[in-house]
Design a protein around this ligand. Structure first.
Ligand code: UDX
Ligand code: UDX
Length: 464
C-alpha cells in the first residue's frame, strides 16, 4: 500500500468529528473527508460560526477552524468520498439493541453493516477499512464477509482502531493519547495495512505509544478498558453508601487508597452514577458476549457493575424524597446540570435523566439549568425513556437559561453534573430566594458543604 493521502470517515459524531479533525490538523498532506447521512449535522460542521459545531469540546473549534477547507471536509456525498479514499474509518453509532434477540444487551450493528455494504458497492480499488466504533469482539469477521462477498473483487484489509478519548477532554486525549491501539491481520498484507495506519498516527504520536495487536485483542481491549473504568466508579459508589452509614468520608477513603500506586488516584470519584454513551452499552455487550459462550459467572460479575450504578441513581432520588418529608409532590426541585459530565453537551445515559424520571413519578416539578444543554434535548431524553407522555414530561420539566431563576422558590437543589461554574455562584443570593428549609443534594461532591451550611442550607453529599 502506498502512503496514505486520502482518508474518509463515515459518521460525523462525537468520535468521528474530533478524531478526524485532529488527523487533518496534524497531517496536512492527507485529505480527510467526513461523511454523514444526517444533513443537518453536516451543515452544522460546516457552519461559519464555529460556536455552532454539533459537538462541543474545548479546543475543537480552533482545530476545525484551522483545517476545514484546507484538507478537512464535511459532506453528505458518501459514495464519492468512499470512492476516493485509500482508508475508510467507520465511526457510526452502535447503540444497544432495542428489539429482537439480545434486546437491551447486544450492540445493534445495523449501521455498521450498512456501511460495509456501501463500501463494498462503491469501491473500485483496494481499501483499508478501519473500525473506529466500539464493536463486539469478532465484528471484523462479519465486516470482512460482507466486503468480500458483495464487493467488486477488490481487496479489503480490516483494522480495528478503537478510540479511547473521553468527552470533555477529547482534544487533549487525541493530541497526546496514553496509547493508540491498532489491531490487524498477521499475514503480510495485514501487517502492511497496520503499518499504513501507524504511519498516519506517527505524524504526531511517538511510535512507542502505538500498540499493534491482532484484531480480536484490539476489539476486546476496548470493551475491557471501559468495563474496568466503570467498575472503579461502581466500586467507589458501593463504598459511598457504606460511608454514609458508618461516618466514614468517601473522599478521604478515595484519597487514602488512591495513594497506593497499585490502585492509583484516578476514577475514584463517588457520584450519582456514571453515564455516557459507552460504559453501560459496552458492559451490557460484554455480558451478552460472555453469556453467549456459556460463561455465566463472567457475565454476572460484570453485570453487577451496572446493577450497582442503577442502584446509585435510584437511591439518590429516593433519598431526596425521604429528606423532603416524604413528599415532593408539587414542589419545585432545581437541577444544576443535565449533561453526563462537565465540559460536554452530551446527555446520553446521564444520571440526571433517571433521577428526573423518579422525581417526576413523585409528581415533583423539575427546573433544569445546564450551561450547554437545551430544553429540546432534555425533553427528548425523557421522552426516549417512555415512562410517560410527551405532554406530561413537558408539564413536569421547565428549563432555565439562568441558574438563579432555576433555583428561585425551589425547595431543593440537586447537583447532577460537576460543572465548575456552580462553585462560583452567589450561594447567599440563591439561599435568600429559596423556600425554607433550603436543601442542597450534591450528587457530585463539588460544592463546599461547610460554607453552604454556614449560610443556612441543609446540605447532603454522596458518601458522607
Ligand atoms: C461513537 C462510536 O462510534 C461508538 O461505537 C461508541 O461506542 C460511542 O461513540 P458517536 O460518535 O458518539 O459514537 O456517535 P454519534 O455521535 O451518534 O455519531 C454517529 C454518526 O454516524 C451520526 O452522526 C449518524 O448520523 C452517523 N451515521 C449513522 C451515518 O452517517 N450513517 C449510518 O448508517 C449511521
Ligand atoms: C469513557 C472512557 O473514559 C473513554 O476512554 C471511552 O473512549 C469512552 O467512554 P466518557 O464516557 O467520555 O469516556 O467519560 P468518562 O470521563 O469516562 O466518564 C464516564 C462517566 O463516569 C461520567 O458520567 C462521569 O461523571 C463518571 N465518573 C467518572 C464518575 O462518576 N467518577 C469518576 O471518578 C470518573
Amino acid at each position: 500500500m502506498s502512503k496514505i493521502t486520502n482518508i474518509c470517515c463515515i459518521g460525523a459524531g462525537y468520535v468521528g468529528g474530533p478524531t478526524m479533525a485532529v488527523i487533518a490538523a496534524k497531517c496536512p498532506h492527507i485529505k480527510v473527508t467526513i461523511v454523514d447521512l444526517n444533513v443537518a449535522r453536516i451543515a452544522a460542521w460546516n457552519d461559519e460560526n464555529l460556536d455552532n459545531l454539533p459537538v462541543y469540546e474545548p479546543g475543537l473549534d480552533k482545530i476545525v477552524g484551522e483545517a476545514r477547507g484546507r484538507n478537512l471536509f464535511f459532506t453528505t456525498e458518501v459514495e464519492k468520498a468512499i470512492d476516493e479514499a485509500q482508508m475508510i474509518f467507520i465511526s457510526v453509532n452502535t447503540p444497544t439493541k432495542t428489539y429482537g434477540l439480545g434486546k437491551g444487551k447486544a450492540a445493534d450493528l445495523k449501521y455498521i453493516e450498512l456501511c460495509a455494504r456501501q463500501i463494498a458497492a462503491v469501491a473500485k480499488d483496494d481499501k483499508i477499512v478501519v473500525e473506529k466504533s466500539t464493536l463486539p469482539v469478532r465484528t471484523a469477521e462479519a465486516v470482512r464477509s460482507i466486503l468480500d462477498n458483495t464487493g467488486n473483487g477488490v481487496k479489503f484489509q480490516i483494522l480495528s482502531n478503537p478510540e479511547f478519548l473521553a468527552e470533555g477532554t477529547a482534544m487533549e486525549d487525541l493530541l497526546a493519547p496514553d496509547r493508540v491501539l491498532i489491531g490487524g491481520d498477521t499475514d503480510p498484507e495485514g501487517v502492511a495495512a497496520i503499518d499504513a495506519l501507524v504511519e498516519v498516527y506517527a505524524n504526531w504520536i511517538p511510535k512507542e505509544r502505538i500498540l499493534t495487536t491482532n484484531v480480536w485483542s484490539s476489539e476486546l481491549s476496548k470493551l475491557t478498558a471501559n468495563a474496568f473504568l466503570a467498575q472503579r466508579v461502581s466500586s467507589i459508589n458501593a463504598m459511598s453508601e457504606l460511608c454514609e452509614k458508618t461516618g466514614a468520608d468517601v473522599s478521604e477513603v478515595a484519597r487514602a487508597i488512591g495513594m497506593d500506586s497499585r490502585i492509583g488516584p484516578k476514577f475514584l470519584k463517588a457520584s450519582v452514577g456514571f453515564g455516557g454513551s459507552c460504559f453501560q452499552k459496552d458492559i451490557l455487550n460484554l455480558v451478552y458476549i460472555a453469556k453467549s459462550y456459556g460463561l455465566d459467572e463472567v457475565a454476572d460479575y460484570w453485570e453487577q457493575v451496572i446493577i450497582m450504578n442503577d442502584h446509585q441513581k435510584r437511591r439518590f432520588a429516593s433519598n431526596m424524597v425521604k429528606t423532603l418529608y416524604n413528599t415532593v409532590s408539587g414542589k419545585k426541585l432545581a437541577f444544576l446540570g443535565w449533561a453526563f459530565k462537565k465540559d460536554t453537551n452530551d446527555t446520553r445515559e446521564s444520571a440526571a435523566i433517571y433521577v428526573a424520571d423518579d422525581l417526576l413519578y413523585e409528581q415533583a416539578g423539575i427546573a433544569v439549568y445546564d450551561p450547554k444543554v437545551e430544553e429540546e434535548q432534555i425533553l427528548a431524553d425523557l421522552n426516549y425513556l417512555g415512562t410517560r407522555s410527551k405532554e406530561e414530561n413537558a408539564k413536569g420539566v421547565t428549563t432555565f437559561s439562568d441558574p438563579y431563576d432555576a433555583c428561585k422558590d425551589a425547595h431543593a437543589i440537586a447537583v447532577l453534573t460537576e460543572w465548575d461554574e456552580f462553585k462560583g455562584y452567589d450561594w447567599q443570593r440563591i439561599y435568600d430566594n429559596m423556600k425554607k428549609p433550603a436543601f442542597v443534594f450534591d450528587g457530585r461532591n463539588v460544592l463546599d458543604g461547610e460554607y453552604l451550611k454556614s449560610i443556612g442550607f441543609v446540605f447532603q453529599t454522596i458518601g458522607k
